[in-house]
Design a protein around this ligand. Structure first.
Ligand SMILES: [Zn+2]
Length: 380
């Protein structure tokens, strides 16, 4: 059973431990200290070597509970790193809502997931909750390109199913679809010259880039597809015709072929319009991550729907527009769903979580373990 006081206390402690990306070590230590206090022989902890690979001060923390081997092994995950401004976080509670007291994020993304899964592990052990094999991955460097999950040695993971506690939706929401994403990096090359003396001999890279961008379809393309030009950089002085502009753009779609069409159209617009101006374009599109698409027929979705109902909530299937560790695990051969943990306005200083949602997130984690156990009781 969820111990509300312990859960809240752990959450408040966790957010006060700085864990900007690549600096998650102290949070790992906190979690290890908490687990050390548990009297059980079935708990194993390991820190992998991903810290060295990605340039962080710790690897992923991998925890396993052996459990009843006839029950399917399941994996849970939450990430340890938080975004900036995230140093010296001081939480405050008002009317059951936790926010940051100062000008920082709260770090509920994803310390809510971390606290909920810690509470799940403690509850399983202390309350002797019947369970199958459970693996918990506390990943590093999620906010800088999902690096902890991408570099995790997947051959070490026994589970085929993964529950990722990190979605900015209410508890009960299940992310079953996520977009494919491309990033586009381009340089428009013109020819510099003195803007007042002989402008006619130059090629203005800013104008060329502007015409190309103006011709692109951006923003919401359709209900599955979005595109954005997010960075444009160029020019040196007002009296120099600029010879170089750097552009960063992205496109996302729940549908891989729509994404390809959108990415191609961004590249085509760049080339066509810039070349019309006499500029040249060097552009490169890269797949950031692949999407996934599950339905209510998938075992993992049924498990979560049952677990959500068991804690008295309504399950809602949803698509997400953002990438998360969930994408990585689906691409890497697991079947993974993202789960709402109730934090609001992540990546902002207005970030918040209600104590009620924090509790529901922990209850859901335990309910998933119980539902998987019961499901295999029914089958046998
Ligand atoms: Zn997150």
């Amino acid at each position: 059973m969820v111990n509300s006081r312990r859960l809240l206390e752990n959450f408040l402690q966790l957010v006060q431990i700085d864990s900007i990306t690549y600096e998650e070590k102290n949070v790992v230590q906190y979690l290890l200290d908490k687990l050390k206090g548990l009297s059980t022989t079935e708990l194993n902890t390991e820190i992998d070597n991903v810290g060295g690979k990605v340039g962080g001060n710790t690897g992923n923390l991998i925890i396993s509970l052996s459990g009843n081997a006839s029950v399917p092994s399941i994996m849970f995950s939450a990430h340890l790193d938080t975004v900036a401004p995230g140093r010296g976080i001081r939480p405050q509670i008002k009317d059951g809502i936790i926010t940051s007291a100062a000008n920082t994020v709260l770090g509920a993304d994803d310390k809510v997931g971390v606290a909920a899964l810690l509470e799940m592990i403690i509850s399983i052990v202390e309350d002797n909750i019947p369970h199958g094999p459970v693996e918990v991955i506390f990943s590093v460097a999620e906010e800088k390109g999902l690096l902890g999950a991408k570099n995790l040695d997947i051959s070490e993971i026994k589970s085929k199913y993964a529950f990722i506690f990190d979605s900015a939706s209410p508890v009960g929401y299940i992310t079953v679809r996520a977009p494919f994403q491309d990033s586009i990096i381009a340089t428009v090359r013109g020819k510099s010259t003195h803007a007042g003396v002989n402008p006619e001999t130059g090629v203005n890279a800013i104008v060329a880039a502007a015409k190309a961008i103006a011709a692109m379809s951006l923003g919401r393309i359709d209900d599955e597809t979005t595109a954005n030009v997010g960075v444009i950089n160029g020019g040196r002085a007002s009296n120099i015709v600029p010879d170089k502009v750097d552009i960063k753009a992205e496109a996302r779609s729940l549908d891989a072929s729509k994404l390809k069409a959108q990415t191609d159209s961004i590249l085509d617009n760049l080339r066509t319009h810039a070349e019309k101006m006499g500029a040249t374009v060097i552009a490169d599109a890269q797949r950031e991550y692949d999407g996934f698409n599950l339905t209510a027929d998938d075992w993992i979705v049924k498990i979560v729907q049952n677990a959500v109902a068991n804690i008295g909530l309504d399950a809602v299937l949803e698509a997400t527009g953002g990438g998360a560790d969930t994408n990585v695990y689906n691409v890497r051969g697991l079947t993974a769903v993202g789960l709402g943990v109730g934090y609001l306005q992540p990546h902002s200083t207005r970030e918040s979580i209600s104590i009620a949602e924090l509790e529901r997130a922990a209850k859901l984690a335990i309910a998933i373990v119980e539902t998987v156990q019961k499901g295999s009781d029914l089958q046998s």
